[in-house]
Ligand binder design. Structure first.
Ligand SMILES: [Mg+2]
Length: 210
């Protein structure tokens, strides 16, 4: 089975979307990250991670982020439509969508494993034919655990009833790939579509040969 991440793999890079949000709210470069780091230090919880695990709503996240940004900006920013602005700057990566279709046509099973936000589900589902491409979707916002926690990989393997060794995992974050490798999956670190295409085909060929 091929298990794919969503953001930054099936889409254009997320950095462009974070920049779009920063432009919209009027946040200078690096301040967004500094605000999140301050909040994490103060509470022991990263609000972005809490959001991705469905522990807080997008509205609460926006308020916490405003709290963290206020000392850096000297005023309290109004953060509205974070998700909408974020997704406006995000586009499907057609090359990866084509690869998913190809491997499915060749008989490989496919699933998606994403760190995401509950409120954003309608936004990402609009971007690609999810139900055509994947038999299973595991979304951190709904299962309450996020990559790189091994629990979310184990939950995914349980749902598709496969051993980790039977799965190729593709993600643009190295830390998520390392967690998959530690469990015994064949991890492919996404850097560009052509590289993933060739690594996936190599893995499939060696698997068939073996
Ligand atoms: Mg990603």
């Amino acid at each position: 089975m091929l298990i794919s991440d969503f953001g930054g793999v099936l889409t254009t890079p997320l950095a462009e979307s974070f920049m779009a949000v920063q432009d919209e709210v009027g946040i200078p470069p690096r301040v967004f990250g500094m605000a999140l780091a301050d909040l994490t230090e103060k509470t022991g919880l990263n609000p972005l991670f809490e959001l991705e695990m469905g522990k807080i709503s997008e509205a609460v996240f926006s308020e916490r982020l405003a709290d963290g940004l206020e000392p850096h900006l000297g005023h309290r920013p109004v953060i509205e439509k974070f998700g909408e602005v974020f997704f406006e700057a995000l586009h499907p990566n057609q090359g990866m969508i084509d690869l998913i279709r190809e491997v499915r046509r060749d008989g490989l099973r496919t699933a998606m494993l994403t760190n995401n936000v509950r409120e954003w589900e309608p936004l990402w589902r609009q971007m690609l034919p999810v139900d055509e491409l994947f038999e299973e979707v595991v979304d951190s916002g709904f299962v309450g655990v996020r990559k790189p926690d091994p629990k979310i990989y184990e939950l995914t393997l349980g749902r598709v009833d496969l051993a980790p060794q039977a799965c190729i995992f593709v993600d643009d974050l190295e830390i998520n790939c390392e967690a998959a490798s530690d469990l015994g999956m064949h991890a492919v670190h996404f850097r560009e579509t052509a590289q993933v295409r060739s690594e996936v085909h190599e893995l499939l060929a060696s698997h068939n040969a073996g």
